[in-house]
Structures are given as structure tokens and as C-alpha cells.
Write a protein that binds this ligand. Structure first.
Ligand code: FRU
Length: 485
């Protein structure tokens, strides 16, 4: 099927119910479908949106195009949870049904204000000449889950191009601030633009955030500010970032900077540190983080990349979200850990100690290992019986390196951007790994969240051997994981 512009932007009401049911069945029945991570009900999903706490529950939305594995007319689909692990699907929440969001209800954020959830997002509007206007929209969600009163708050000011989107709403004292991804007209560089409002109606631009860095590529998408352990962390996606400024391997990076604080009024970070890759693996993008009332900072990411094809495109669905992670700071770096309720998904606990961990581990498990210092080896996951195919984690605790290798999996992804990713380890120390496998998604937490390597992989689901390639001195546990949706 050819995805013409007309087809991508066809109103949802013009699609027939049978097509949607067919697409839903295709996504549900795919062998690659995730079972304990948020995934598409049909079609394509991308950024997490509106990650927040409201009315005693966590709320999360994602960008959705329900009619195929393409970036078409986007809407928000809504989920809620009491533990950040088990989610209830509440369906379509923000539809592209006004002039201002006629070509997509794009990414944004949410915050509980006066007993309602305030949503702030980008309305993607195009005119008959396909000229784009990015409207920043405010809307209110009641406790009954209905989104109402969409209002245009502001659009791109004169000095910013059509690339102006993904507002995050924040509050300090009695003032609201919003940060947005932006491209300036003069130099076509990427920025984070800071706005303020006293009443959520009248908004004033303060200026580009000074992060103490060189120009950030040609566009910044999905900027987020979150407070972690007394610091301010800025998470953002600088598209086209010069690799001399910071190394990265995916087509577009998802990065973070830790600062002592932020001065919103003067739109600058106080004592900003270096740029770091948020995830050391593949496919992580558009991460959204927020400070919850329990005092913790949580994040969730899109596992998928813009301008990238995945094998499930052939089945008309694409992408998933990561698990929710809890944030901390240690030695100037972000620590990302699973939330405690991930343990509630455990079934079938097994102590493991042999070279062959399991002949048939399935593709839906958590594996926690402590590998004794001064050893090298390969851990094979989703492997065939002779260990020639599948995923590999190569570890060398003597020289301090860990490599996630997806080159020997069945169906390749983004080969031009490399098939391995690595992270440094403390030398001559024990290595702790907490590995989550979910059919076509792997998340590897290294040494209690000092690094995370995430990635999609596409392997024959019958290949489920889990084994080291040589005897290794280690201890560990293996759990099967329950299905959440
Ligand atoms: C990032 C992004 C956002 C935009 C959304 C549209 O993946 O391009 O900048 O709001 O996706 O779906």
C-alpha cells in the first residue's frame, strides 16, 4: 500500500472499523509484540506524552497513529496506573479535531492544576499550501478522563521557524514556565525556548535556554526538566548534533545535562555539566521525565527512532515504550533503575549458576546476575542451540568493557548506525547485570543503573537459549514475567 500524503492525514472517521480491527489483530498476534511494556494497540507509536500524577494515579499518554507503521495523523492514547508497571488503557484522549491540531496532536506534557489535569501540547497545523504553523495548545482533562476546552496559547514567534514544539509545563513559586524545542530562523540551530505565564492564558517568551554548550544541531526535540537529588537534569534530543560536541551512534541522540539549578527568568542553567547519552544502547528517544508527589523522579522513553524502519513495519505496527525508570544522581551522572513494582511481574523464580542458564528461557523474562571480577565472556540471549545466532552481551571485567551486540539476530535494524553498543565498566570489579527481555526488546541495567543499554531485536521466537559461551563464576536469578496488557 502506498502511503500518500492524503492517506496519512485522512481523518480517523474516514477509516472503517474492519480495517482497524484487522490492524489491531495484526499488532496483538505478532510474535515480536511486547507483553510487559506499553506497545501499540495498532499502527505506530512514538513519544511518551503527559507523564504525570493526577487524582491519585499515574497518567501517561503516547503519540499514536493507529492505521499503519508510518508517521501519519497523530493523536494521544491514554493509560493510567497505580504502580508505574500495570497500566490500564483508557483509549484515545487527544484527537486531532480542531483547526490548530488539524495535522496532528503532537507531543506535550501534563500537570495537575486545581483538581484537573492541564495538558500542554503542540498542534501541528498545515494550510492548503502545506505551510506549517505549530500552535501550542492548552486543554483540560477532568477526573472522568474527557479532554475539553482546547485553547491556542501561542505560536512560533517571528524569530523561530515552523520547528517549534513539545512543550513541557512546569511550575516554580506562583509562576508557570514552559520549555519547548525550537529552531531559530537566523542560523537554523536547535534550542530550548523558555516561556512564562501567571495564569496559563497569557504567555511571554523569555528566550533560549543557555546550557553552556555549543550550538545544538539543527533542532532540539522533546526537552524535559526534572529535579533529581537536588540538581536539575535537562533531557532532550538535539537532532544533527555535531559529534565533536558529544559522541553518539543512533541517527538522533537522546542526551542529558546535569546542572546545579535553573534560573528560569534569565533562561540559564546554573553550573551546567557535560552532555551525556541517556542510554548506551540503541533506539531510545523522546524521553519524558517528571517529579512525582512521592518525591521521586521518573522517566519513560520511546524505544524507536525517527526516520528509521523496523521489521514490524511489514505487519503494519511499530515501536514500544521503555519500562519506567527511577532517577538518581551519583558521581555527576544519572542513575536509572527499574521501579520496585517491576518485581510484582515475577513468576517462576529460579536460582541460576550453570554455564547454560536455560535451554528454553522464553522471551519474556528478567535475569539478574552478579559476575565475579576479572572474567571475560559472552552471554547469549534469545539464542539458537549452538549459540551462533541471537543477542550477545560481551563482558570483560578485567579491561572494563561491556558490549551489546545485535549483529547475529535474525532481522537487522539500522545497520548503517552500527550493530553494537558499549559501555565502560569499573575494572577488576564484580559486574551486576539486570536484564529484561520482552520478545523484541532488551533493557540491560549495568551495575545498579550506572548505565542502561536498551535495544529492539528481531529474532525467531523459538530461539530462547540463555547461556554463557564458557564457564563463568557468577550467581543469579531468572524470573518469567507476567503480561500486563
Ligand atoms: C519526536 C517528535 C516530536 C513531535 C512528535 C510527533 O519524536 O518528532 O518532536 O512532537 O514526534 O509525533
Amino acid at each position: 500500500m502506498e502511503w500518500t500524503r492524503e492517506k496519512r492525514y485522512l481523518p480517523y472517521s474516514k477509516w472503517d472499523a474492519d480495517t482497524l480491527l484487522y490492524l489491531q489483530a495484526q499488532a496483538a498476534n505478532s510474535p515480536y509484540q511486547m507483553h510487559y511494556h506499553l506497545h501499540p494497540i495498532s499502527g505506530l507509536i512514538n513519544d511518551p506524552n503527559g507523564f504525570s500524577y493526577f487524582n491519585g494515579e499515574y497518567h501517561l499518554f503516547y503519540q499514536s497513529y493507529p492505521f499503519g507503521a508510518v508517521h501519519g495523523l497523530k493523536s494521544w492514547v491514554h493509560f493510567k496506573s497505580t504502580n508505574l508497571v500495570n497500566w490500564i488503557n483508557l483509549g484515545l484522549a487527544v484527537e486531532p479535531d480542531t483547526m490548530a491540531d488539524s495535522h496532528g496532536a503532537y507531543s506535550g506534557s501534563a500537570k495537575e492544576i486545581d483538581g484537573k489535569l492541564f495538558l500542554m501540547y503542540t498542534g501541528n497545523h498545515r494550510d492548503e499550501n502545506w505551510i506549517r504553523t505549530p500552535y501550542q495548545i492548552g486543554a483540560w482533562m477532568d477526573k472522568d478522563g474527557k479532554v475539553k476546552d482546547k485553547t491556542i496559547l501561542f505560536k512560533n514567534p517571528e524569530h523561530i521557524t515552523e520547528h517549534f514544539r513539545d512543550p513541557q509545563i512546569l511550575k516554580q513559586g506562583d509562576t508557570y514556565y514552559a520549555i519547548l524545542g525550537a529552531q531559530d530562523k537566523a542560523e537554523k540551530h536547535g534550542h530550548i525556548d523558555v516561556w512564562k505565564s501567571k495564569n496559563l492564558k497569557n504567555w511571554e517568551e523569555l528566550g533560549f535556554l543557555d546550557m553552556g554548550t555549543d550550538p545544538m544541531g539543527y533542532m532540539i526535540e522533546c526537552p524535559n526538566i526534572v529535579r533529581v537529588d537536588g540538581h536539575v537534569v535537562v533531557i532532550f534530543c538535539p537532532q544533527g548534533l555535531d559529534k565533536k560536541i558529544a559522541k553518539y551512534e543512533d541517527i538522533y541522540p537522546d542526551m542529558y545535562i546535569i546542572a546545579d539549578d535553573i534560573d528560569f527568568e534569565n533562561h540559564k542553567l546554573i553550573n551546567p555539566g557535560k552532555l551525556h547519552n541517556l542510554d548506551k544502547g540503541f533506539d531510545v528517544y523522546a524521553t519524558q521525565a517528571f517529579n512525582a508527589p512521592d518525591g521521586k523522579a521518573y522517566e519513560i522513553s520511546w524505544v524507536g527512532l525517527p526516520d528509521t524502519t523496523y521489521p514490524t513495519d511489514d505487519e503494519n505496527w511499530a515501536n514500544c515504550l521503555s519500562q519506567v525508570k527511577e532517577l538518581a544522581i551519583k558521581d555527576g551522572k544519572l542513575i536509572q533503575r527499574p521501579v520496585s513494582a517491576m518485581n510484582d511481574l515475577h513468576t517462576d523464580e529460579k536460582e541460576v549458576k550453570d554455564q547454560v542458564i536455560a535451554e528454553k528461557a522464553g522471551q519474556q523474562y528478567e535475569l539478574k546476575l552478579t559476575i565475579k571480577a576479572n572474567q571475560k565472556g559472552n552471554l547469549h540471549l534469545a539464542a539458537n542451540t549452538d549459540l551462533t545466532g541471537g543477542l550477545q552481551i560481551n563482558f570483560d571485567t578485567e579491561n572494563g568493557k561491556l558490549v551489546l551486540d545485535r549483529s547475529k539476530t535474525d532481522r537487522q535494524v539500522s545497520v548503517d548506525y552500527g550493530e553494537t553498543r558499549e559501555t565502560d565498566l569499573a575494572k577488576n570489579s564484580d559486574l551486576k547485570l539486570d536484564i529484561f527481555v520482552d520478545h523484541s526488546l532488551i533493557e540491560v541495567f549495568v551495575n545498579d543503573g550506572e548505565a542502561v543499554l536498551t535495544g529492539r531485536y528481531f529474532e525467531d521466537q523459538a530461539n530462547t537459549k540463555l547461556a554463557f559461551d564458557q564457564p563463568v563464576d557468577y550467581s543469579g536469578k531468572l524470573w518469567q514475567m507476567k503480561t500486563i496488557l
